[in-house]
Structure formats: structure tokens, C-alpha cells
Design a protein around this ligand. Sequence first.
Ligand code: ADE
Length: 421
Amino acid sequence: MAMTKEKYDIKDINLADQGKNQIEWAFKDMPVLTSIKERFEKEQPFAGLKLSACVHVTKETAALCVVMKAGGADAVLVASNPLSTQDDVAAALVKHYEIPTFAVAGESVETYKEHIEEALKHDPDIIIDDGCDIVATIHAKHPEMAAKIIGSTEETTTGIQRLQALEAEGKLKFPAVGVNTSLTKYLYDNRYGTGQSTMDGILRAANILIAGKTVVISGYGWCGKGCAMRAKALGANVIVCEVDPLKALEAAMEGYRIMPIAQAAKEGDIFITVTGNKHVVDVKHILSMKNGAFLANAGHFNYEVNVPDLAAETLEIKKIRPTLEEYKLKNGKSVYVLAEGRLVNLISAEGHPASVMDMSFANQALGIEFLVKNKGKLENKLYTLPLEVDIDIAKLKLKSMGLEIDTLTPLQEEYLKTWNI
Ligand code: ADE
């Protein structure tokens, strides 16, 4: 396929054929998204609409963009993290799928922001965001753009927190769909996706044995549950740190040890943050850790482990392996920081596998369709897709897995509606 758009910023166009193989590989495990693509090809729900997407540039995201384009959208893609881009996928999107892409693995924060501006120069009608950077940039710097925007979808907990903050201040300028509040997103992607890809990232970065180690998980939301479950399955002793009494109680009943991070810091061998908050593992905690502790973050932003402020306590940073750095501390100990404190699952590994992104990105595609179909009828609020959409996605996924379930008999249906038994 010839390239019609000249504007893009990628590492190397010669990686395009390799990237195409990757995207085709992802599609094989994305049956739900594929069935949506077939419908979109016929119905063209996005004909004449411009889409700007800011999502990790992976083979799975490429599949989503291809589906949106099949539905008629004129799409551009930028990265939602400076380090997570798969350069071969970015090249394939430009060369083989004619989707302008602005993303280079390892780009500076400045270039990352310039790429967001490129996404805005596209003058979008619809937005797919992962972390709220496009939407926040429009609200902070280009509020005049909001008038033509039909709406946006948001992939992550962190992005939804930012949208909720905008909504609470009465400043949200268009409707948004929080994909992360769909059951077929958070119950599967956050738990099984983050659980597996975080361990994958730690193993690829450091290739250490997990069995017998003490793994400290900060945050017992769905991502934390997944990380704890997978660490335990590999033989770790798991400690959970929480601020929410209900979640802490849940973790305790699952058999994990519960304690404040100040205490866990002294016991842990491997630390994983999945809170969506700031300085959860702070410098004072790091200074009290054992010599040789590993620090990994699987939350959206790189604030959870306070790596920037660790510099003042560090004599030397030594690169050990591609995404593993040793911080030789002034107190005589060393700690190992994975992926510079950024998303370990996407930077040291490849993010969640296609099979689970299939459902997350089905929600993205259907979320945009919901916004377009309801154009002019929605308030400038944060929406969750209707439960029927979750049920349809789950049915399609079960079917693709060759699994059948039971249906209620008329007698059972009646029984469930009866109080006088
Ligand atoms: N977030 C987690 N895994 C991902 C993937 N494979 N692609 C895009 N975003 C992701």
C-alpha cells in the first residue's frame, strides 16, 4: 500500500515489514475486535470524522487504529508514554496502514509533548486517550478546540481520575467515556493483563528468580490483585500495602501480609507500585531497603516510585541491562530500578497480550461509536458504557474461546422474581 501522508515521526521506516507481522499476530488473538471491524467496514460509523489517539504504540493499539480506520475514521496516533513505543509497529502503521504516527521509543519528554501537539494539529472530532494527556492539553492550552469535539474515551484509572477532577471543577468541555469502568476492561485487563505483563517485565528486565522472594505490592485495586496473584503463583511471599481498609481486608483474607510501606520497605526484595498515586515508595523508604532491592512501577505515571528525588541520594547510576539500572546510594547500599520507574510491563516487556487487549479495545471502539451515535444528546460528563455492551463483549469472547454457558429455564426465571416461596 502506498503512503499518502508524508507527516509522521518514527524511528525507522525499514522496520515496517517486521511491524506488519506483529500487527497481524495481534489480530489473530483479537476475535472480538475483528468482528467489530467487519461491522464497521459495512456501516462506516466514523465516515468524515478525524480521530486523534494517544495510546501506547503496541501491536494491539495498531489493531485498534486499523479497526477505527476501517470504520471510516481519519486517524493519527501518538504515544501515551515516551518509552513504551514498539518502533516496528509505528513504522508499519505509517507504511502499510497509512496511519500517521508520531512516536519513537526513548523520545524525550519535550518530544513526547510535541507529538501530543501533532495529534491536536489533526483537528480531531473524536479522541482516544490513555492517561488523559490529549484531553488535559486541550483543556489547559487549546480550549477553543473543544467546541467541535464530539467526545473522548479514556483507557486508564489515572486518566479517569483526571477526568473526574475536571468534571468536579465543572470544566469538562465534552462528554467522555471511561473505558476503565467497563467490566470487560478492568476485571480482565487490569487483573490478568497487568498481573501477567508486570511479571513478564520484571523477568525480562532482570531475569531473577521470584520463588522465595518477598514481593511488596503497593495498591490492591484490580491491577494490584493481579500482580499479587501472579507473584504468589511464582512462589513469592507477598506483602500488600494499602490505604483503603476494605481492600486491605480483602488482601489479608486472600492470605497476604498487610503492613505500612515504612515497615514493608525493610522486608521486601521486589517492590511493585500499582496505585495511580504519587511517592508511594518515597526516598526515605528506599533508603531503608535491603541492599539489592528491585523497584518496579506498573502504574501509569512515573511518580509512584520517587526515582527523580533519589538522584540526590545517589553516587552513581550504572546501566546493567537494557531496562535495569543500579543506583549506588550514598548510604552504601544499591537498589535496582526497572524501566526508569515508568510502566515496567510496557517498557521492559510488550504490555498486555492481545487476547486481553481484545476486550479493552473493543470497549474503546464501541465507546467512540456510543459518543458518535449520541452526538448532541450527551452532557459534558464522564460516562460508562451500558451493561449490555459488556455482556455482548463477554459473549463474543466466550464464543471465540469455544466455551458455552447455561441459560435460565422459565421456571428459574420465575423463581428469581418470587418473594413468597
Ligand atoms: N496497556 C497495557 N498493555 C497494552 C498493550 N498491549 N497495548 C496498549 N496499551 C496497553
